[in-house]
Design a protein around this ligand. Structure first.
Ligand SMILES: Nc1ncnc2c1ncn2[C@@H]1O[C@H](COP(=O)(O)OP(=O)(O)O)[C@@H](O)[C@H]1O
Ligand SMILES: [Mg+2]
Length: 487
């Protein structure tokens, strides 16, 4: 994403900035916008992504400086340069408050202005890159294929985008632990809502482990019959069951020496849990229809978007299997609990999909980031990525992503979801009965949102029967299940 930078200059009406304008736009190739009031400057910044603001006093002493001080709070990422009419304008506390990058005195030396602006933008870019680079978890490091020239040469460029991006402390903790867990041989259990990045984390762990040159195989355990799952994982002999027309190796043996990722592990039947436990304990594989016991060495990484601990407490998942699986246990937080990740993820996805579509996108407008940052994202990072991919597809080549490209659904959902977003439940009403009911309503509503209105899951999460849940939905007039799940 090679972005040309945008500079806004707030100037007194009538003052001639034409040659400074020309210098910045021609020599430095910045996009330069002149405005003559703080209001216009703010309106501009609401619509397009601005990198730096130069301001002088427009109507009264230090009003330019005070405007910059306000920007420090409202648009902290925008660099600020102040042009003072007289040295007196530089006295007082305002200069400190505005935390400007640099000031200049009139008359403005244009060459100096150009250098100051260039340096300010460089500083900002370095800070931004440092921030993003220091917070990412690469899936395929450069060292991986060091003795395999061929794969290095043919390594697709898209691997640049094979990484976990984050700046939140919560994700930093997850990734730090994952780095430590990766080279060990212990099984790993990853829990988190759908779309939070569990699969990406599995890939990061595998490719940062000693097994990285062996296969990583994935199996989704949701919605599979026992027999099918058995034969997928353990293999089968020809004729073991109707339709078994040839021998099948099975994933565990196909991945020998590597890692097997079992997604939606919460969905497997009690009898399959027993087979899996035996495999984890003995490393033994018995293909369906065969009486030979074979051995293989794979590391198991399992994931679930339902909390296994609760399932264990309710007798739906074997405790011994749970303990076996969680050599390391990860909880990947939902995106709404780490809204600071939305901005770097949005920039990352914009670059990734612009690249994939062969488009040039200059950047993402501050307004878009603000809107997205308020989003609820029940589908988590996957939903954010889908939204950004759509915006990139709609954007014109060489433009910024603006709210014009945003989906109406998300703009609307952002507003609708905002009040519900508060995690804490606050009772309404006066009597105990009213307060308890209002809490119940909030808890049911949030569980429904969390499960994207999948009523059987919600009922199971809340320990209700489906009919019981349906009654609550009716009683509290809950609505919103439009059935368009994200994956
Ligand atoms: N931290 C992240 N950085 C970059 N991409 C991410 C991140 N988290 C999730 N994604 C992307 O979001 C999508 C959903 O992630 P995935 O790992 O499939 O989630 P889950 O397995 O939890 O449902 C994928 O395209 C993935 O690449
Ligand atoms: Mg997944």
């Amino acid at each position: 994403m090679e972005a040309s930078k945008t500079v806004v200059i707030l100037v007194k009406p009538g003052v001639d900035w034409a040659s400074a304008h020309r210098l910045l736009s021609e020599k430095y190739a910045y996009r330069v916008l002149l405005v003559s009031s703080a209001k216009d400057a703010l309106a501009t910044m609401a619509n397009i992504h601005v990198d730096l603001v130069v301001a002088e006093d427009v109507e009264s002493d230090k009003d330019g400086l005070n405007f910059l001080a306000g920007l420090r709070v409202s648009n902290p990422d925008v660099m600020r340069v102040y042009v003072a009419d007289t040295p007196e304008c530089l006295s007082g506390t305002e200069l400190v408050q505005a935390a400007i990058y640099q000031f200049l005195l009139k008359p403005v030396n244009e060459a100096q202005l150009g250098l100051v602006v260039e340096r300010a933008l460089e500083t900002r870019e370095l800070a931004r890159r440092h921030r993003l680079l220091s917070r990412e978890f690469k899936i395929s490091g450069d060292t991986l294929d060091f003795n395999d020239r061929k794969s290095k040469i043919f390594r697709p460029e898209s691997q640049r985008f094979e990484k976990l991006v984050y700046i939140s402390e919560q994700m930093a903790e997850v990734c730090d632990l994952a780095r430590q867990a990766a080279p060990t041989e212990l099984p790993i259990l990853i829990q988190g809502e759908t779309g939070t990045g569990k699969e990406l984390l599995v890939r990061a762990i595998h490719y940062n482990s000693l097994r990285r040159t062996s296969p990583l195989m994935m199996q989704n355990c949701g919605g599979m019959s026992d027999e099918l799952l058995q034969s997928e994982l353990f293999g089968h002999k020809r004729g073991a069951f109707t339709g078994a027309i040839s021998d099948r190796l099975g994933l565990f043996r196909a991945a020998d020496g590597g890692t097997v990722f079992l997604d939606e592990i919460s969905e497997v039947s009690p009898s399959f849990q027993v087979s899996l436990l035996r495999f984890l304990q003995e490393g033994e594989v018995k293909p369906l229809g065969s009486d030979k016991v074979l051995h293989c060495n794979v590391r198991i990484v399992a994931a679930s978007n339902r909390p296994i601990k609760d399932l264990v407490a309710r007798g739906l998942f074997r405790q011994d299997l749970y303990y076996r699986l969680k050599g390391f246990e990860f909880m990947v937080p939902p995106l709404r609990d780490r809204p600071v990740d939305i901005e770097p993820l949005t920039e990352f996805f914009a670059a990734k999909h612009a690249d994939a579509m062969g488009k040039k996108i200059l950047g993402v407008s501050a307004k878009v980031i603000e809107k997205l940052a308020n989003g609820d994202f029940p589908g988590n990072v996957r939903e954010l990525e889908n939204e950004v991919r759509r915006m990139v597809a709609l954007a014109k080549d060489g433009e910024y992503l603006t709210t014009r490209n945003m989906s109406a659904a998300l703009l609307a959902a952002t507003q609708r979801a905002a009040p519900e977003q508060e995690r804490g439940y606050l009772p309404e009403g006066v009597t105990l009965k009213d307060q308890v009911e209002s809490l119940e309503r909030q808890i049911v509503a949030q569980a429904l949102m969390r499960n994207r209105w999948n009523q059987s899951r919600t009922a199971s999460d809340l320990g209700l029967s489906r009919v019981g849940l349906a009654n609550k939905i009716k009683r509290y007039a809950l609505a919103g299940g439009d059935g368009n799940a994200i994956d």
